[in-house]
Design a protein around this ligand. Structure first.
Ligand SMILES: [Mg+2]
Length: 411
């Protein structure tokens, strides 16, 4: 079975964000890219494109082409914020995704088809993004990244397009070579001198011929004209968050067990937080039920890297939001809004004992390998009494210290 790759792209993203703040911009030719004459267009509305304006064009030229256009300088921080919101929505639902730019994503849906249909899943994701942000977004679905991106361009604006499996070459053949991503203006001009207009024209030439004319770019174009792209979807890591999740071999509704797993995930993340001298000020719980519906709930907390607090908040979210009896396929914990900081700064509050405890645990983990300690800690703590986990942790530490000493002697 082939791959299934989804490409998502927010439509004229900066303009769409501007329109969230100023409704009067809707339906008008809007050009983002500074009001001074020295800048270039960074985004423009479809109304502006009708005048021939496009991204990267000098503002001076855009003003000449579209004198009645509305020129705005743009608000980068809001673009970043909305990009983050869309990223969160995608992350909460997706098995694995890549953030290719501020407004562009790839999701690997390979293998999902047999469960409930990648097309349906993608449609629902798009509707969720539109509903939650008010931003128009388009997608394309096909067997690789290049074809998915080309399908998105076909779908724009505010649409969706799946290239039917097996129809990839038909889709490509009728397109102009300029539609191939990364095929620049100069290359298009050169190909025109050889009588090449469409992708069909292009693939009448051998890879040797194209390489002879254009070097590496020629081989690249030969592959593209045949619909070949082996590029992988590169997993996204948000530097401002840390997350960990577990998919079960068999779906379960055993709450005690689910809580133990969550404790172990939260503990491991808290350890990583402290290892990187970071503090989290938001805890999120992710639950995927057996029907693949995925839910995330989060809560803000005072910045901390204290395991006890982070575990408590995680379990609190679970108590609050888990629908009892429903079978769970995946659980995940995420700490976000990370900031630089050390748990030692809390030295003078009543948690100083915790801090010493965590220092001891962390040292032990660093020394003896974290896996063993985490497992022992979490499996031995009675989840129902997690409010008293400090005492349990103390006990565990003592026990582990004893074990560690013994192990040390043997070595
Ligand atoms: Mg875009």
């Amino acid at each position: 079975m082939g791959r299934a790759i989804l490409h998502l792209d927010l439509d004229s993203f900066f303009v769409s964000v501007e329109r969230l703040f100023d409704k009067s911009l809707i339906g008008k030719p809007v050009i983002v890219g500074g009001t001074s004459n020295r800048g270039v267009v960074s985004s423009c509305s479809y109304e502006a494109r009708q005048f021939g304006v496009h991204s990267a064009m000098p503002i001076v030229k855009a003003k000449r082409l579209c004198p009645n256009g509305i020129f705005v300088s743009g608000r980068m921080s809001d673009y970043g914020k909305y990009s983050g919101i869309v990223t969160d929505i995608i992350e909460a639902r997706s098995p694995m995704f890549e953030k290719a730019s501020i407004d562009e994503f790839y999701i690997d849906l390979t293998g999902m088809d047999k469960f409930f249909g990648a097309y349906k899943w993608s449609s629902e994701l798009r509707q969720a993004i539109i509903k939650e942000t008010g931003l128009p977004i388009s997608w394309g679905l096909s067997v690789n990244k290049m074809l998915a991106k080309m399908a998105t361009n076909e779908a724009k604006p505010n649409g969706q397009y799946m290239i039917e499996p097996g129809k990839e070459q038909d889709f490509l053949d009728s397109k102009h070579v300029s539609k191939i991503p990364m095929c620049g203006e100069k290359t298009v001009e050169f190909l025109a001198t050889k009588g090449i207009q469409t992708i069909y024209d292009l693939r009448q030439f051998s890879v040797e011929a194209l390489h002879g004319w254009l070097g590496k770019q020629g081989s690249f174009l030969w592959k593209r004209s045949h619909g070949i792209d082996t590029g992988e979807v590169h997993p996204y890591h948000d530097p401002k968050s840390m997350s960990s999740e577990r998919t079960f071999g068999t779906d379960t509704n055993d709450l005690e067990w689910l809580k133990k797993v969550l404790m172990s995930l939260a503990e491991k993340l808290a350890f990583d937080l402290r290892g990187e001298s970071k503090l989290a000020s938001c805890v999120a719980l992710k639950l995927r039920y057996s029907d693949f519906s995925t839910h995330t709930k989060q809560m803000a907390i005072p910045a901390t890297s204290n395991s006890k607090i982070l575990i408590e908040k995680t379990l609190h979210l679970m108590d609050e939001f888990y629908e009892r009896g429903r079978k769970v396929r995946l659980v995940g914990v995420k700490f976000t809004n990370l900031a630089e900081g050390n748990y030692q700064i809390n030295m003078f509050d009543d948690r100083d004992k915790d801090i010493l405890l965590y220092k001891a645990i962390d040292e032990m983990k660093n020394k003896h390998g974290e896996g063993k300690v985490i497992l022992a800690q979490n499996l031995n703590i009675n989840v129902r009494e997690h409010h008293d986990s400090r005492a349990a942790l103390h006990k565990e530490v003592k026990r582990e210290e004893g074990k560690a000493k013994k192990a040390g002697k043997k070595e």
